[in-house]
Design a protein around this ligand. Structure first.
Ligand SMILES: *Cc1c(COP(=O)(O)O)cnc(C)c1O
Length: 463
């Protein structure tokens, strides 16, 4: 076989162009073969046909780039749970914009690594511009932001910074907070977080006040702007008042709700966000980026100091003194993708207004879906949506019925709905992140659930 071409350099695009044509054809072919939000048949069927198509993942003799791309890209697409399908609405799993995916290709081709300036000259400047601009969306005073692999890493960093600045802090998090905070506390050797009750899905300020009064030592309060289960926004201003009164540090996990910053209509729901010392943001949710596009914004850039580190081959002191930017303190990772390129391209292409419109559209879809549920005798709505998540359950179904309807829809490849246990009951969850979902598609989703409850399907019925 001839030497495989490289992606970069002046001739890189010539090597890439024919392969890209193959990739695009295979994506289209796979999506058409799937013909729905996910493959039908459930885990066993998928394991079987993938295993059959890929009988030897590392063959002795290569099959060539064209064949490999055609086969495996088509296979991935045919077997995808595709967030671009309106009936794929379980998780905070956004359909990426084409412009962002195209930019991500350039990031892969150029492959800058963000751990030292001599691997990423322009990329590091662009990262600085994007992270500062994002921080300025949160903090009028400016602030700074780091890129992360997502909300999980951002939350972990927030706890780490609090620990480094204050000592072994006691974390206080609502019962509605993301599970990653518990893992972060465990990983960082912090005391087990104190759970503050969150009746009706929102952190209870009175209970927080009480806990802050009783607990000794330095404290870090976690509030959530856009809970993973219900998409609700904690009373941020009130929580910030309590933190100020008790001298506690405040982290707001806005992995989901942070996207509202771009919307004129909904931005006001985040009032109080700027009072947090640190804020988690995740543009692979309400930002329509391919994974990964996480950020941690900090109000005081000095708070990032504990992350500084010297490694002679990456940021020798004399290099830094001679003016080479020191990037190592911008992450706990070493080799790091320029994940800001896709975000920078998306922002330039759509502007704040274009992004805000996408946010407004998914929020409007959630209101419309909630209206349809309220208007339907057979269904109960958990709460009016604050973001784009709608929780609902059939009035007469048991939790077990509901769980099995969700699994049936999955294994038949008809719809991907989530589940959430709130106030002691199980709810079906639709997380609407596809701005182009139509009213008809929302109605179809509700109808699918209804039909499955009325006529429980025996065994497996292929789509
Ligand atoms: C999604 C989410 C996270 C985790 O983010 P990842 O990008 O999946 O790591 C954390 N907190 C909240 C509130 C989230 O919704």
């Amino acid at each position: 076989m001839s030497s495989p071409p490289l992606a970069g350099g002046v001739t890189g695009p010539d090597g890439l162009r024919p392969l890209l044509a193959t990739v695009l054809d295979a994506l289209a072919e796979g999506a058409a073969a799937r013909g729905g939000p996910l493959p039908d048949g459930g885990p066993e069927a998928v394991e079987q046909w993938v295993g059959k198509a890929v009988d030897d993942v590392l063959p002795e003799q290569g099959q060539g780039a064209e064949e490999a791309l055609r086969t495996l890209v088509a296979l991935m697409a045919a077997g995808a749970a595709d967030p671009a399908d309106p009936l794929c609405a379980a998780h905070l799993h956004a359909p990426p914009l084409a412009v962002a995916a195209a930019a991500d290709l350039a990031a892969s081709a150029l492959n800058p690594s963000m751990d030292s300036w001599d691997q990423a000259p322009a990329a590091s400047v662009l990262e600085d511009l994007v992270t500062r601009a994002l921080a300025a969306e949160v903090y009028d005073s400016g602030g700074d932001a780091l890129t992360t692999t997502g909300g999980t890493e951002s939350n972990q960093l927030a706890l780490l910074l609090a620990r480094e600045l204050l000592g072994p802090v006691q974390v206080l998090a609502g019962a509605n907070a993301h599970h990653s905070l518990h893992r972060a506390a465990w990983l960082l050797g912090l005391p087990e977080p104190v759970t503050i009750p969150a009746p009706a899905g929102l952190l209870d300020p009175a209970a927080l006040d009480e806990a802050l009064t009783e607990l000794p030592g330095p404290k870090l309060v976690i509030a959530t702007a856009g809970t993973t289960d219900a998409g609700l926004i904690d009373p941020l201003d009130e929580i910030a008042d309590l933190c100020a009164a008790h001298g506690a540090r405040l982290h707001i996990d806005a992995a989901y709700g942070g996207g509202l910053l771009f919307s004129r209509t909904h931005r006001g729901k985040l009032r109080g966000l700027e009072r947090a010392h640190t804020v988690t943001l995740d543009l692979h949710k309400l930002g329509w980026q391919p994974v990964a596009a996480g950020f941690l914004a900090v109000r005081d850039p000095e708070d990032l100091r504990p992350l500084g580190f010297r490694a002679d081959y990456l940021n020798a002191e004399d290099d830094t003194e001679a003016g080479l930017p020191d990037l190592l303190g911008r992450s706990l990772r070493t080799t790091r993708r320029p994940d800001i390129l896709k975000t920078a391209v998306t922002w330039r292409a759509l502007g704040r207004q274009g992004l805000g419109e996408l946010v407004d559209q998914v929020c409007a879809l959630a209101q419309e879906f909630a209206d349809a549920i309220e208007a339907h005798d057979g269904f109960e709505l958990y709460d009016r949506p604050a973001l784009s998540t709608v929780l609902f359950r059939p009035r007469t179904a048991t939790d077990d019925d509901l769980a099995s309807v969700r699994r049936e829809l999955l294994t038949e490849g008809r719809a991907v709905l989530g589940r959430a246990r709130l106030d002691g009951r199980l709810w079906l969850k639709a997380t609407l992140l596809n701005p182009y979902t139509s009213s008809g598609e929302l109605a179809a989703l509700l109808h699918l659930v209804e039909r499955h409850l009325v006529e429980p399907v025996e065994g497996h019925t292929p789509r």
